[in-house]
Design a protein around this ligand. Structure first.
Ligand code: RFL
Ligand code: PHB
Length: 403
């Protein structure tokens, strides 16, 4: 067994792990990342597309903003269409000048990987048998296998950034954590294509046929989603069937402009609301999808991961730069406040914009639920105060100061 040392062991090299590693390294705090798959595999996952200002600011602080500033697109609003009506949420006006940035998770991840490589920081890709040990002591460690060699990584702290299916959350004894979960009775079928987007801004569309979202990655690359039953399989959706269904769900003038082409990625993602409390156990801290999942309707998954990173990073700075050893004990409490607010927003947006008629849980009250959600949309979209409530959450609630 090879023994190695670092200050912060980071399990998982997705956006959470990479961003935390970059911020710590910039402050001279040594860290090592252990990742289950290859860097190409991580980059092959097509996920989030919208960054809140807080996430953009944090990427600046990490020094990985150059390409984002050049190639990202600032969005000042988005559309919500339902049953033929269409509203523009002018987020810039409604939030006194705030905006969001359209820049894909793949690009954020690529920028972070390149910055890490340029700094010569260590990442063990394609590691297996990752296990966390002695979490309740001040000498925790991680063991893993890499290139047929077994490693023991000694550290001060462990950041569990290994997503929903990782080992970190499961390393907290079951009787020491509470998990809250809602699995939605549908998924999102996503298609990426090298075609110009139907609109300069995002369109969230509720129709009797189900929800649709028109998003983008650039002026020549579109990202579209359709609500589909959980039983649907990607193989059953030809490109042609996808475009045909999308056309029926988009507002008429947008549908007219739809340019179709071959898909370059097509996948179905289940929708889930999930929170694990607390987000820490001894010297282990859960960050991002390892601790919580939101349905993508509010574009919050990646942004919530970024706010966790910010909180943990600032508390670790107190430990290492101000010798405030107790600081990290506040992590879970601080992070969970923003997590629950964001969970609530994502759940609310998902309820309003999807069709629930196939929900076996809801089947009895599906008709009245449908009316409630339509009234909810009528109320919020037809009052400026209501639009403000949507806009202020879409751009992202402020980060709590870490005192
Ligand atoms: P990630 O991105 O899942 O990264 C976790 C990393 O940990 C690795 N890992 C392990 N490493 C070592 N040992 C183990 N035992 C490990 N087990 C796992 C994994 O290989 C992976 O590289 O979590 P992170 O960094 O917290 O980032 C969170 C975001 O990725 C996530 O919140 C968003 O992408 C959520 N999400 C979406 N968010 C949006 O805002 N808009 C979207 O359109 C959107 N689409 C999605 C999504 C999440 C999806 N998932 C999780 C299935 C679509 C999908 C399919
Ligand atoms: C995306 O572009 O992938 C995207 C954008 C907004 C969302 C969800 C996904 O709410």
């Amino acid at each position: 067994m090879q023994s190695i040392n670092t200050k912060v062991a980071i399990v998982g090299g997705g956006p959470s792990g990479l961003l935390l590693g970059q911020l710590l390294a910039k402050q001279g705090i040594d860290n090592i990342i252990i990742e289950r798959v290859s860097s190409d595999y991580v980059l092959g996952r097509i996920r989030a597309g919208i960054l809140e200002q807080g996430s953009v600011d944090l990427l600046h602080e990490a020094g990985v903003n150059e390409r984002m500033d050049k190639e990202g697109h600032v969005h000042e609003g988005f559309d919500i269409a339902y049953y033929g009506k269409r509203y523009r949420i002018d987020i810039n006006k409604l939030t006194n000048g705030k905006t969001v940035m359209c820049y894909g998770q793949t690009e954020v991840t690529r920028d972070l990987m390149e910055a890490r490589a340029a700094k010569g920081l260590t990442t063990y890709y394609q590691s297996s048998d990752v296990e966390l040990h002695e979490l309740k002591t001040d000498q925790p460690y991680v063991t893993f296998k890499h290139n047929d060699e077994v490693y023991k990584l000694n550290c001060d702290y462990i950041a569990g950034c290994d997503g929903f299916h990782g080992v970190s959350r499961k390393s907290i004894p079951a009787d020491q954590r509470t998990e809250f979960e809602r699995v939605y009775p549908f998924g999102w079928l996503g298609v990426l294509s090298d075609t110009p987007p139907v609109s300069d801004e995002l369109i969230y569309a509720k129709t009797k046929r189900g929800f649709a979202l028109a998003s983008m990655r650039s002026a020549t690359r579109s990202r579209y989603y359709l609500q589909v039953p959980l039983s649907d399989k990607v193989e059953n959706w030809s490109d042609e069937a996808f475009w045909q269904e999308l056309k029926m769900r988009l507002p008429a003038d947008a549908a007219e402009k739809l340019v179709t082409g071959p898909s370059i990625e097509k996948s179905i993602a289940p929708l889930r609301s999930f929170v694990c409390e607390p987000m820490q156990y001894g010297r282990l801290f859960l960050v991002g999808d390892a601790a919580h999942i939101v349905p993508p309707t509010g574009a919050k998954g990646l942004n919530l991961a970024a706010s966790d990173v910010s909180t943990l990073f600032r508390l670790l700075l107190k430990v290492y730069n101000e010798d405030d050893q107790d600081a990290v004990s506040r992590y879970s409490e601080i992070a969970l406040r923003r997590v629950w607010q964001t969970e609530r927003f994502s759940w609310w947006m998902s309820n309003m914009l999807h069709e629930f008629k196939d929900d076996p849980v809801n089947i009895q009250d599906a008709k009245i639920f449908e009316r409630f959600m339509k009234s909810e949309l009528d109320f919020y979209l037809n009052h400026e105060e209501g639009q403000k409530v949507i806009a202020m959450q879409y751009v992202g609630l402020p980060y709590e100061e870490v005192l």
